[in-house]
Design a protein around this ligand. Structure first.
Ligand code: PLP
Length: 430
């Protein structure tokens, strides 16, 4: 079946990109555990290497199992093409790679996953790239931060861990005006809850490790391109608009149009950086995506139940979840993620840092892990773990202050989750 837009999301999450295996009739997508693929003849090999024909050469670049996953995610996001990567962090580097050069910067929201704040603050400097941090609710500051060397604007649709929803329509308008692409990390929302391209985003990145796989089994990432950005409108993106020396002088945008960014990611990015997903991992993620909408509905329902219960509890100071009417971002939810605000939120408890540590040590059903988007409910005290390397100011800005605990609500029976938090809060605040 091809990804014809007439099909609904629930159909596409099961079928898009896949067909019965032509060699065996296998109904499920086989795991093509093969490093290399035999050329029909020398002409076929030459056509593949020239990007004149699409096919399989070597699994660092392309693989049939991974190709199905790429097409499935691209279809669910409404994009032109996608590149699978070995992790969400790899996907972020792969998204920036075609855009950046030494001396260039990315303007990013202060409300990001802790690991991304680290990657953008320190590691990308080794490539000669830099990041400018802005509160994306301060649109004047955002406009002022974008300069002649800016090559991308970066944010999360639903930001982790602060219960924040980015006004993608507004941010995309500002990025457009400045002639730079907007990259949206859609990990916490998934395309079921939010479709950033419908709000003007250029590129979507995912950690497929989280909800897309959905059961905490494999790490993976995805870069999806809308195919709509005009890479040749300025001289800012020479890798895509000018002859590419790393690819025998090919002009990617001229030759490949809306697939330029995706082909560059495969033909140069995966070829030379090698941050490739493996076929076994792709298989697990495909299995997860088949039930994405069903799981997200339950994740959201449970999160709303638990957040409402916590908000009324005297041991709790504050719950930050856009799914609650009390949230300042509740109105944005209806526009940006109409199926719900996700299943990830934070709450502050009385007793500060010490009480939080006691709480994570007292839960029995929740697992104390540095992950999110699992079928199991998870808990973490960000300030002592994922956000430990950040300054107190960065922690506060990211919604990860010392008295704040983050929950990733799973798909279990919500009464059991509430009972577990109840007994743990008793111990933590005794
Ligand atoms: C987990 C996560 C990442 C990083 O993904 P990995 O697969 O762990 O490399 C990036 N962004 C968000 C929002 C995440 O939750």
């Amino acid at each position: 079946m091809s990804d014809t837009p007439k099909h609904g999301f629930d159909t596409l999450q099961v079928h898009a990109g896949a067909a019965p295996d032509p060699a065996t009739g296998a109904r499920q997508t086989p795991i093509y555990q093969s490093t290399a693929f035999v050329f029909r003849d020398a002409d076929h090999a030459a056509a593949l290497f020239n990007l004149q024909e699409v096919g399989y050469i070597y699994s660092r670049l392309t693989n049939p199992t991974i190709a199905v996953l790429q097409e499935r995610v691209a279809t669910l996001e409404g994009g032109a093409g996608a590149v699978a990567c070995s992790s969400g962090h790899a996907a972020q580097i792969m998204a920036l790679f075609p855009l950046m050069q030494p001396g260039c910067n990315v303007v990013a929201s202060t409300r990001l996953y802790g690991g991304t704040i680290q990657q953008f603050s320190n590691t990308i400097r080794r490539f000669g790239w830099s990041c400018k941090w802005v509160d994306f609710d301060d649109t004047d500051a955002l406009k002022a931060a974008i300069d002649d060397d800016t090559r991308a604007v970066f944010c999360e649709s639903i930001a982790n861990p602060g219960g924040y929803i980015t006004d993608l329509d507004v941010i995309a308008g500002i990025s457009d005006e400045a002639g730079v692409p907007l990259i949206v990390d859609n990990t916490s929302a998934t395309p079921y809850l939010c479709r950033p391209f419908e709000h003007g985003a250029t590129i979507v990145v995912h950690s497929t490790t989280k909800y897309l796989t959905g059961n905490g089994t494999v790490t993976g990432g995805m870069v999806v391109d809308s195919g709509k950005f005009d890479w040749s409108a300025s001289d800012k993106f020479p890798s895509l608009s000018q002859p590419e020396p790393a690819y025998h002088g090919l002009k990617f945008h001229e030759a490949l149009g809306p697939m330029a960014f995706t082909f560059y990611g495969i033909a140069v990015g995966l070829r030379d950086l090698g941050m490739t997903m493996n076929p076994q991992g792709a298989h697990y993620t495909l299995m997860g995506i088949e039930t994405l909408s069903l799981r997200m509905q339950r994740h959201v329902e449970n999160a709303v139940r638990v957040a409402n219960w916590l908000e009324r509890d005297p041991r709790v100071e504050e719950v930050t979840y856009a799914g609650l009417p009390s949230s300042p971002y509740h109105d944005r939810m209806a526009r940006i993620c109409p199926h719900g605000a996700g299943a990830l939120f934070t709450f502050a408890i009385k007793g500060g840092y010490e009480a939080c540590v006691k709480l994570v040590d007292s839960v029995e059903l929740f697992s104390h892990v540095a992950n999110l988007g699992d079928a199991r409910s998870l808990i973490i005290h960000s300030a002592s773990t994922t956000h430990r390397q950040l300054t107190p100011e960065q922690q506060e800005a990211a919604g990860a202050g010392p008295n704040v605990v983050r929950l990733s609500i799973g798909i279990e029976d919500p009464d059991d989750l509430i009972a577990d938090l109840d007994q743990a809060l008793d111990k933590a605040t005794a």
